[in-house]
Design a protein around this ligand. Structure first.
Ligand SMILES: NC(=O)c1ccc[n+]([C@@H]2O[C@H](COP(=O)([O-])OP(=O)(O)OC[C@H]3O[C@@H](n4cnc5c(N)ncnc54)[C@H](O)[C@@H]3O)[C@@H](O)[C@H]2O)c1
Length: 437
C-alpha cells in the first residue's frame, strides 16, 4: 500500500513529536479517527505518566489518555529510532524566544535531524510549531534532503499551524479548521488528505509559507488589538471612564468591531512570543514591523502600570509597597487553565518583591509553582482563600479572573483590591476599596 492508500484506509501510523498543549490533543484526534498513534517526547516524566494512562493536561479531561491506552493503537516513547515506524510525523515542539527576543529554533532543528536519521520513502512530515515564513523550507527541508531522498517524490513535507485554544469549551483540535500548505504540490495534497481524516475542516493553501505567515498574522492581530485596549485602559482610566463598560458598549455594534480586553500584561506561549518571529525575519528583507514593536512596547509596560497603581493606592492609605503584604489572585495567564507560561503574574510578583513587599498567591488551578524558563522555581504554594486570609493582606491584586473566584467575597473582605481584569465590576458595595488597574 502506498501512503495515500494507507491514509485513506486509516491504516497509516501517525507519530507526533512533542506531547504538550498542542501535541497531546493532536495525537488524541488521530487516535479517535481510528489511526494507530505513537507519541514522542524527550521528557521522561511525560512518557512515564502517559504509559500509566495519566493525563498531565487537566483541561483535556481525566480519561483522555486512559481511554487511548484501553483502546490500544497507542504508544509513547523517548526512543526516536521508532520514528521509522510512523508513516506521518507531526512536529509539535516548542518555538520560544532567546534572551534578545530572537527565534529559538533549536528544538525544530534537533527534531528535523532526528527525523532525518530514519527518514524513509513514503513518509509525510508536517511542522506544526509556530514559526516565521520559510522555516519549513529553510530549516527542516535541508536536513531531510541530506539523506538523498527527494521531497514530493520519496517523502512529503508541509506546514500546518496549530490553532489550539486550551481551556475553550467551544472549540477542540477536531473542530478548529486546519490550514495546510505543502513545500510542493504533492506534499500539500497528501498532508490535506491526512488531516481530512481527523479534522472536520481542512483548508489547503498554496504553500508552506502562506500557512506559516497566516498563523503569525492571527497572533499578531491579537497582540496588536490587546495593546490597543491596554492603551485605552490607561487613557480612559486617567479620565475616570470604565474601559470595560466602554468595550461592552462598543461591542453592541453588530459588524466591524471585535472585543478585546485589557489586562496586567500578555501571557501564554503564543501572543507574547510569536509576533517577534516576524519582527526578526523582517529584518532580513530590510523591513521594520512598527505595529508589532509598538504593541510589544505597550503590552510590556502593563505590569509596571499595575504596580504603579498599586503603590499609589497604598500610598493614599499611608502605606508603602515596602513592608506591605500582597496577595496575587491568579497565577495562570488566562482564566480557568493551569498554564502559567509567560504569565504576567510572575512579573508582578517579582516587581513587588523587589520593592520589599511580602507576596503570596492563590490559584485554584496551580497549587504550587514549578520551574520556569525565565523565573526558575519561586518555591511558592497557593495560599487558602478565606474571609480571614483575604482581610489579612494590605492589598489583593486580581491578575487572573478564574470563574472559581467569588468576587463578592473578595470585595467584602479585602482591605484594598487592585483589579486588572474588570472582575469586580458587577460586585456591589465597598467600591471605594477597589482600584481598577
Ligand atoms: N499552547 C498553545 O496554545 C499553542 C497554540 C498554537 C500553537 N502553539 C505552538 O505549538 C508549539 C508547541 O507548543 P506547546 O504549547 O504544545 O508546547 P509544550 O511546551 O506544551 O510542549 C512541547 C513538548 O515538546 C517536548 N519537546 C521538547 N523538545 C523536544 C524534542 N527535541 N523532541 C521531542 N519532544 C520535545 C517537550 O518536552 C514538551 O512536552 C509551539 O510552536 C507553539 O508556539 C501552541
Amino acid at each position: 500500500m502506498n501512503l495515500s492508500e494507507k491514509i485513506a484506509s486509516r491504516s497509516a501510523v501517525v507519530g507526533v513529536i512533542g506531547l504538550g498543549y498542542v501535541g497531546l490533543p493532536l495525537l488524541a484526534a488521530f487516535h479517535r479517527a481510528g489511526f494507530s498513534v505513537i507519541g514522542f517526547d524527550v521528557d521522561p516524566k511525560k512518557i512515564t505518566a502517559l504509559r500509566k494512562g495519566e493525563n498531565y493536561l487537566q483541561h483535556l479531561g481525566q480519561t483522555l489518555v486512559s481511554d487511548m491506552l484501553a483502546a490500544g493503537r497507542f504508544d509513547v516513547t523517548a526512543d526516536f529510532a521508532r520514528l521509522a515506524d510512523a508513516d506521518a510525523i507531526l512536529i509539535c515542539v516548542p518555538t520560544p524566544l532567546g534572551k534578545h527576543l530572537e527565534p529559538d529554533l533549536s528544538y525544530v532543528e534537533r527534531t528535523a535531524s532526528d527525523i532525518s536519521k530514519t527518514l524513509r520513502p513514503g513518509q509525510l512530515i508536517v511542522l506544526e510549531s509556530t514559526t516565521y515564513p520559510r522555516t519549513t523550507r529553510d530549516i527542516v527541508l535541508p536536513r531531510l534532503v541530506e539523506t538523498g531522498l527527494k521531497c514530493g517524490q520519496d517523502f512529503f513535507l508541509a506546514f500546518s499551524p496549530e490553532r489550539e485554544n486550551p481551556g475553550s469549551k467551544d472549540f477542540s483540535t477536531t473542530t478548529i479548521p486546519k490550514l495546510v500548505g505543502g513545500i510542493d504540490r504533492a506534499s500539500g495534497e497528501i498532508a490535506v488528505a491526512l488531516y481530512g481524516q481527523a479534522i472536520d475542516k481542512v483548508i489547503p493553501v498554496s504553500s508552506a509559507e502562506v500557512a506559516e505567515a497566516a498563523k503569525l498574522l492571527e497572533n499578531i492581530y491579537r497582540a496588536v488589538n490587546i495593546a490597543l485596549v491596554n492603551e485605552m485602559k490607561v487613557v480612559l482610566g486617567a479620565m475616570d471612564i470604565d474601559v470595560w463598560e466602554v468595550i461592552d458598549a462598543a461591542k453592541t455594534k453588530p459588524f466591524g468591531f471585535q472585543a478585546f480586553y485589557p489586562g496586567p500584561g500578555l501571557g501564554g506561549h503564543c501572543i507574547p512570543i510569536d509576533p517577534y518571529y516576524l519582527t526578526w525575519k523582517a529584518r532580513e528583507v530590510g523591513m521594520t514591523t512598527r505595529f508589532i514593536e509598538l504593541a510589544g512596547e505597550i503590552n510590556h509596560r502593563m505590569p509596571q502600570y499595575v504596580v504603579d497603581k498599586l503603590s499609589l493606592a497604598l500610598n493614599a492609605r499611608g502605606k508603602s509597597v515596602n513592608g506591605s503584604s500582597i496577595l496575587v489572585l491568579g497565577l495562570a495567564y488566562k482564566p480557568d487553565v493551569d498554564d502559567v507560561r509567560e504569565s504576567p503574574s510572575f512579573e508582578l510578583i517579582e516587581k513587588l518583591s523587589d520593592l520589599g513587599a511580602k507576596v503570596d498567591y492563590n490559584d485554584p488551578h496551580v497549587p504550587a509553582t514549578h520551574r520556569m524558563r525565565k523565573y526558575g522555581d519561586l518555591g511558592m504554594k497557593s495560599v487558602a482563600l478565606t474571609p480571614e486570609s483575604l482581610s489579612g493582606y494590605d492589598a489583593v491584586l486580581i491578575s487572573t479572573n478564574h470563574k472559581a473566584y467569588d468576587w463578592q467575597q473578595v470585595v467584602d473582605h479585602a482591605k484594598l483590591i487592585i483589579d486588572t481584569r474588570g472582575a469586580t465590576r458587577k460586585v456591589t458595595g465597598r467600591r471605594d476599596h477597589i482600584v481598577m488597574a
